[in-house]
Design a protein around this ligand. Structure first.
Ligand code: GLU
Length: 475
């Protein structure tokens, strides 16, 4: 119908040659958000034509990570399931003489390249096999090793990029390139074009590193008479030093971050800002807000800076936004089972550590002392210039106060009200520091009243007793 908007169809087309990393998932996210914003479809296409490097376990990893992040797809395809399709188009190109069989050996090609380089010419295939009559080529192909090349015309091609505007390339620089190693072994640039056409893709959204593939793909599209596509080449992701992202950051997969205790919403919120920003430069965004506001005119051309501290900040933020119940459930999966034995104690420990956590795994490190007192040096109990005798005395009086509180009343509020009088009298640091260390064995921890409640009367007294034993050895 006149004026009717075309149904948007985008695809995320990873090659399963490694697990899903930040680069890949940022591409997936921008595709997904654009599809959601436009009421369109998001297609997942596994580009596994490179059989040597593709692995089923990487495909599984990609799918699992996308699902975990909530980037659900509407349709799923795998290129190796579609080989006969590519074969069909190779036949068409050969038939129309837009492609030809090439019998050049590696040595021939190497010699040509060296000759071109020595003349200061940018190397490209010189077209030796272009002129072999197709019938002769077909005959030779029966028992001679060959590849399929596409004929690339000497002309300029342009495409519309939603981030960069009109982009023009000179095809003359490219030369006839290989589209298939054999009829059953299509290569990336070719299979990609066929699928974009067959899957009715409207927009190609992918990383900037693919921009040099675009003129090659357009040349194939034109040879086959496919309609042009709209492109959006996303800016590179740069490391904190504005250089390319380090191998270490790139090598880490989404599943690694998941294992380390990052939340999906934190990762998505962090990634959406790698190249895009909403109006008023807000940073914390719900998934609905991202979907509503996403558009390519707010995607920058310059690289997005990958700053791990920012990811940690978002993660801490989203951990605190979880209810204590949800957080407890998530943590139950990653702590030693004996920690959950006393559920009440576990929930209290979660509530108190929640404020300080950046990652879920921080809990296991930060809260271990709640479940088992770590060994510590008695010197840690010393506040400023206090004498050992005074610390011991203060701890003894603290224990006396604790003894007088009943088990039922042994909560933060009551402990605090009973202790503060004493602490004001003797000095807060002098009373509360040794108590906190006695209960935690740590240099930094939640406050002593929170800890006393979580540990319970018996354990708190046991730990104070232990601290006094340590001190007595020093006297
Ligand atoms: N298979 C390509 C890759 O993993 C996809 C490129 C594209 O999106 O066109 O980088």
């Amino acid at each position: 119908m006149f004026g009717q908007k075309k149904h948007v169809r985008v695809r995320f087309a990873p090659s399963p040659t490694g697990p899903l990393n930040f680069g890949g998932v940022r591409t997936a996210l921008f595709n997904w958000l654009f599809a959601k914003h436009e009421g369109g479809s998001f297609i997942l296409r596994i580009e596994d034509t490179d059989r040597e490097r593709s692995r089923p376990e990487f495909e599984d990893d990609i799918k699992e990570s996308l699902s975990w992040l909530g980037l659900n797809w509407d349709e799923l395809y795998r290129q190796t399931d579609r080989i006969s399709n590519y074969e069909k188009y190779i036949a068409i190109l050969l038939e129309k003489k837009f492609a030809y069989r090439c019998f050049c050996s590696e040595e021939d090609l190497k010699r040509d390249e060296e000759a071109q380089m020595s003349q200061g010419i940018q190397p490209k295939y010189g077209g030796r096999c272009r002129s072999i009559p197709p019938e002769e080529a077909a005959r030779r192909a029966e028992n001679e090793k060959h590849v399929i090349r596409v004929k690339i015309p000497e002309k300029e091609v342009s495409f519309h990029d939603l981030i960069r505007g009109k982009v023009t390339f000179n095809l003359g620089l490219i030369g006839d390139f290989i589209i298939a190693k054999s009829a059953k072994e299509p290569l990336y640039n070719f299979a990609n074009v066929i699928d974009d056409f067959e899957m009715n893709i409207t927009h190609v959204v992918r990383g900037e590193e693919h921009i040099s593939n675009t003129p090659r793909q357009i040349a194939i599209q034109e040879a086959l008479g496919f309609p042009p596509l709209i492109y959006a080449h996303l800016p590179l992701i740069l490391g904190a030093n504005k250089k390319k992202l380090s191998k270490r950051d790139l090598a880490k997969s989404i599943s690694d971050y998941r294992k380390e205790g990052y939340l999906p919403h934190a990762i998505v919120n962090f990634l959406v800002l790698l190249g895009w920003h909403p109006k008023e430069d807000r940073e914390v965004l719900s998934i609905e807000e991202m979907q509503k506001e996403f558009s390519f005119d707010r995607v920058q051309k310059s690289g997005g800076i990958f700053n791990i501290e920012k990811l940690d900040w978002f993660n801490g933020y989203y951990i605190r936004a979880l209810s204590d119940e949800t957080l407890t459930l998530l943590l139950e999966d990653i702590v030693p089972p004996e920690w959950i034995a006393d559920k009440d104690k576990f929930i209290k420990a979660v509530a108190v550590e929640k404020e300080r956590m950046k990652k879920l795994t921080d809990f296991a490190v930060a809260a271990d002392f709640i479940f088992e007192l770590p060994s510590y040096a008695p010197e840690l109990l010393v506040w400023k210039q206090m004498s050992i005798e005074t610390i011991n005395e203060n701890l003894k009086e603290t224990a006396d106060i604790f003894e007088k509180i009943s088990e039922e009343d042994f909560n933060k509020k009551i402990i605090e009200s009973k202790m503060m009088l004493f602490a004001e009298m003797r000095g807060r640091g002098e009373v509360l520091w040794p108590l906190r260390v006695a209960l935690s064995g740590k240099n930094a921890s939640p406050g002593p009243f929170d800890l006393a409640e979580i540990l319970g009367k018996k354990e708190a007294l046991r730990r104070i007793g232990h601290a006094r034993t340590l001190l007595s050895k020093k006297i």
